[in-house]
Structure formats: C-alpha cells, structure tokens
Ligand binder design. Structure first.
Ligand SMILES: [Zn+2]
Length: 125
C-alpha cells in the first residue's frame, strides 16, 4: 500500500522538521519527543516499502511460473511431503520440507497450473 508508505514518509519529514524547530528554540524534551516519533514513523515507512516490494516480487514470480507452465517448460513440482501427495496440496505433514509460510493455500493461478499438471500426469499414466 503506497498511500500508507507515503503517509509514514510525510509524517517522518514533518516530525523531523518540528524536532529541528523545537531544538532551535531550546525546547529539548519536545525535540526528543518529535525526533523519537519520527524514528518510529521512519521504521513504519521502511516496513511498508519492504512489504510492497515483497508483494511485487511474489506477483512477478507467480506470473513467471504461470508463464513457464503455459509454455510447458516448467518441471512438475516435486512433492514436499506424503500428506501433500495424498491431500493434493491441502494438508502438509510435520516433516514437510516447505517453509511454514509456503504451506498456505496457492494463488488462483498457481492452483490452476497445479490442477493442469495433475490432469496431464493422469492422462499420461
Ligand atoms: Zn508438504
């Protein structure tokens, strides 16, 4: 969300300016408060920027995977655990090799590709 990132950035700039103005008037504890909140706001802006880049990277990777699968270049994904095989990806076992964050449900496009791969595998068997 770029708006929140921009809001954090604006807040950081305004708080830093207020802190500088307070310091010029020798209002030291006000300066500390303004600059302290500015630091938190800066951290929030950095967190939002990181999240946005992660979302963009994930979308790029998903699009690339779908594109590869559509061309038929993508290798069939190896099963990460026995439960994954028997539950068609819905459930994972305790010794699953996927990282926990990747055990969530697939995106719609990824699920379509997975179903297509399963159909292709079933046809050739
Ligand atoms: Zn698994």
């Amino acid at each position: 969300m770029i708006r929140l990132e921009a809001a954090f950035g604006t807040a950081t700039a305004l708080l830093a300016a207020a802190g500088t103005a307070s310091a010029s008037h020798h209002l030291w504890w006000e300066t500390a408060v303004f600059l302290g909140v500015a630091v938190f706001s800066l951290e929030g802006a950095a967190r939002e920027r990181r999240a946005r880049r992660d979302r963009e990277r994930r979308a790029r990777v998903e699009a690339q995977r779908v594109q590869l699968a559509d061309r038929g270049d993508a290798p069939a994904p190896g099963p990460c655990c026995r439960f994954w095989q028997s539950s068609e990806g819905a459930v994972h076992s305790h010794d699953c090799t996927r990282p926990p964050a990747a055990r969530t449900t697939l995106s719609e496009a990824e699920q379509r590709v997975l179903n297509q791969l399963a159909d292709d595998t079933r046809d050739s068997a």
